[in-house]
Design a protein around this ligand. Structure first.
Ligand code: RB5
Length: 149
């Protein structure tokens, strides 16, 4: 597990990801994993940056680790998260990509496309993401070159 002691997993979504976020939150609870939910808190239409930015800041300052972010496609919320220098948010739609996002990219946010994956697949992806370590080595120098300042 990549979880850090006494540090919750961050969650954020827009309205399109609200239902899947609730399912994942319940799953984490059932596994004894603490979470911190940055919203949205209903299925009412909203703007993903309003939830992605606070969640990204919380990952950057160590308040949560890792985070799981969800919108309809995963793209809008992922684009927003990746504006933050300390965020490596990876859009994942199967377990192999989730594994590689951890092993090669040391992704600190898992991004899920709620409208394009079944909830059971999403939970499998969450399991893989939370249990796969970064390989370091040649991948470390590559991720060191990602920030623009
Ligand atoms: C909302 O309709 C949808 O545009 C949003 O969830 C996301 O897919 C944007 O990238």
């Amino acid at each position: 597990m990549i979880l850090k002691k006494n540090i919750p997993v961050g969650l954020c979504s827009d309205h399109a990801g609200f239902e899947l976020k609730s399912i994942i939150d319940g799953y984490l609870l059932s596994q004894g994993i603490e979470s911190k939910d940055f919203g949205t808190y209903s299925a009412d239409s909203c703007d993903y940056p309003d939830y992605a930015h606070p969640c990204a800041l919380a990952v950057e300052n160590g308040e949560v680790f890792p985070a799981i972010a969800i919108c309809g496609t995963g793209n809008g919320i992922g684009m927003t998260l990746n504006k933050h220098q300390g965020i490596r948010a990876a859009l994942c739609w199967n377990t192999e990509i989730a594994s590689l996002a951890r092993r090669h990219n040391d992704a600190n946010v898992l991004v899920l496309p709620a409208r394009f994956i079944a909830p059971e697949v999403a939970l499998q992806i969450v399991d893989v993401f939370l249990s796969t370590e970064f390989e370091g080595g040649r991948h470390q120098k590559r991720i060191d070159k990602i920030p623009t300042h």
